[in-house]
Design a protein around this ligand. Structure first.
Ligand code: MN3
Length: 202
């Protein structure tokens, strides 16, 4: 099997009370594992076998639904687990903080704009903070699409992503997506977002 489900890196209940343990467990062991297995099935024996996930997504044939949906799902959740951390609440600092303030006015207005992108995504999808040509941008994509894919109207290297599929919040928040978004802000692992920012700026 080419791709492996990565370690979560913390316990299912580590993000309580913001993100509940049951949601984390199902999300990781059923949804993310499902995307991983189905991606492997979709690429086995094709010329995508042995390519990196980034390479697969950059050069994606958007009409290849199994690879688009499961490759996106695999990559997106890999990123999602790492940009949350129970021990790094709100420690946004350094160059990324400066850049966020410069681009969006303030950290608060960044959060407002990001929340708006997450809230207004109709149905299932993701909100993103990306580095595009050295600049920070906020955007969103439907389903499991992401900014690495061609022609999704949202381009760049994702450094922060928020899953707004109902499976990510319905058990605890039901239809209250705005509340879920506000709780997400409390568990962002800014160290990891900064690491991804530095990497993207190289
Ligand atoms: Mn999900």
């Amino acid at each position: 099997m080419a791709f492996k489900l990565p370690e979560l890196g913390y316990a299912y209940d580590a993000l309580e009370p913001h993100i509940d343990a049951r949601t984390m467990e199902i999300h990781y062991t059923k949804h993310h594992a499902g995307y991983t297995n189905n991606l492997n099935k979709a690429i086995t024996g094709t010329d995508l076998d042995n390519k990196s996930i980034e390479e697969i997504l950059y050069n994606l044939d958007m009409s290849n639904a199994p690879v688009r949906n499961n490759g996106g799902g695999y990559y997106n959740h890999n990123l999602f687990w790492t940009v949350m951390n129970p021990n790094d609440k709100g420690r946004l600092s350094g160059k990324l903080r400066e850049e966020i303030e410069k681009t969006f006015g303030s950290v608060e207005s960044f959060k407002d704009l990001f929340a708006k992108a997450a809230q207004s995504r109709f149905g299932s999808g993701w909100a993103w903070l990306v580095v595009n040509d050295g600049k920070l941008e906020i955007c969103s994509t439907p389903n499991q699409d992401n900014p690495l894919m061609p022609e999704v109207g949202c381009k760049g290297t994702p450094i922060l992503g928020l899953d707004v599929w109902e499976h990510a919040y319905y058990l605890k928040f039901q239809n209250r997506r705005p509340e879920y978004i506000q709780e997400f802000f409390k568990v962002i692992n800014w160290n990891e977002v900064e690491r991804r920012y530095d990497e993207a700026m190289k």
